[in-house]
Design a protein around this ligand. Structure first.
Ligand code: HXC
Ligand code: NAP
Length: 269
């Protein structure tokens, strides 16, 4: 346990899908700083191996394995390899995702399907294949969702459909897996600064400033805002929380639909 974290995950196995960059990597770093053993998967061998190497340089035990969450066999093999290496999974974070700004009529069926395949079917693959390796009782699954799941959002119908499905997976599996002693919750990051997701939705300083002004707490989020909630949820402090969908967004979910027209035009320039 370090002074920066009130939680001790020493010897606990934390598996992060989509863990090589951004928010998910920040979550992996936070668990690593609290003593956890980290397994990461993502598509790019270079990115996932270098993310794991960064955790090892920081003093953690970590492995990075390439796997596309759209391929159930690859996910199954990576999870089995991780469980073989570090033992049963105590905390599973499912956060692999893809996004782009496009109106439905500017999106091919394959474009829509790509995001649903990565976000929703990919999450099902990760959770389904991990179940046999989750510690029972006592494990915790955290799905990384988005406000588009419940706030209707133009230019984001693919993400809305996928993330809404993710939140319903969370609720349904909380019922199915509760008796196994597995908790499962969704965390909804707000607009988080210095991430690929925000770069795609707010590509200019002007659009980022407008986004920050819209947040009731009047600032963009930090990766640490999200990772701290994940540590709390996975700790004993979260031991009676399951099936919850938890916004960590400075209150943005209260403000209704957003208009990404200016951001989409800026992205095209
Ligand atoms: C319309 C688009 C498009 C765009 C891609 N497509 N970009 N359609 N507008 N801007 C279409 C393509 O034309 C193609 O359809 C189909 O999508 C698949 O494209 P590929 O490039 O072949 O897909 P793939 O290589 O699998 O890459 C997936 C990806 C890519 C999602 C398109 O952007 C990616 O790998 N993203 C991962 C990183 C990422 O997005 N991070 C942000 C996560 S944040 P056709 O029919 O032409 O073949 C996030 C934010 C949530 O999720 C909320 C934040 C507030
Ligand atoms: P990011 O850095 O692009 O993270 C996405 C991760 O998923 C990457 O590590 C990527 O690595 C991996 N990935 C993508 N497709 C994959 C696939 N098919 N199989 C396996 N791994 C895959 O984006 P981010 O902005 O930090 O977003 C992280 C999560 O937070 C996402 O779930 C996103 O929806 C959510 N979120 C973000 C924000 C925000 O403000 N950024 C807001 C709300 C929600 P590879 O490219 O190597 O595969």
């Amino acid at each position: 346990m370090t002074s920066s974290s009130p939680f001790d995950f020493s010897g606990r196995h934390v598996f992060v899908a989509g863990g090589s960059t951004g928010i998910n990597f920040g979550i992996a770093q936070a668990f690593a700083r609290s003593g956890a053993l980290l397994s990461l998967i993502s598509r790019s061998t270079d990115r996932v191996e270098s993310a794991a190497a960064q955790l090892v340089t920081g003093g953690a035990q970590a492995i990075g394995l390439p796997a596309d969450v759209r391929t159930p066999e690859a996910v199954e093999a990576a999870i089995a390899a991780a469980a073989n290496h570090f033992g049963p999974i105590d905390v599973l974070v499912s956060g692999a995702a893809g996004n782009f700004l496009a109106k439905a009529l500017d999106m091919s069926p394959r474009g829509f399907k790509t995001v649903v395949d990565i976000d929703l079917l990919g999450s099902f693959n990760v959770l389904r294949m991990a179940h046999q390796h989750l510690r029972k009782p006592g494990s915790c699954v955290i799905q990384i969702s988005a406000s588009q799941a419940s706030v209707a959002t133009p230019y984001q119908v693919h993400v809305s459909a996928a993330k809404a499905g993710i939140d319903m997976l969370t609720r349904g599996l909380a019922l199915e897996w509760g008796a196994d002693g597995i908790r499962i919750n969704s965390v909804i990051p707000g607009p988080i600064q210095d991430t690929e997701g925000l770069r795609r939705l707010a590509p200019t300083q002007e659009t980022r400033d407008a986004m920050a002004r819209r947040v009731p707490l009047q600032r963009l989020g930090r990766i640490e805002d999200v990772s701290r909630v994940c540590l709390m949820l996975a700790s004993d402090w979260g031991s009676y929380i399951t099936g919850a969908v938890i916004p960590v967004d400075g209150g943005l979910f209260l403000t209704g639909p957003r208009d990404f027209t200016a951001a989409a035009e800026a992205a095209r320039r």
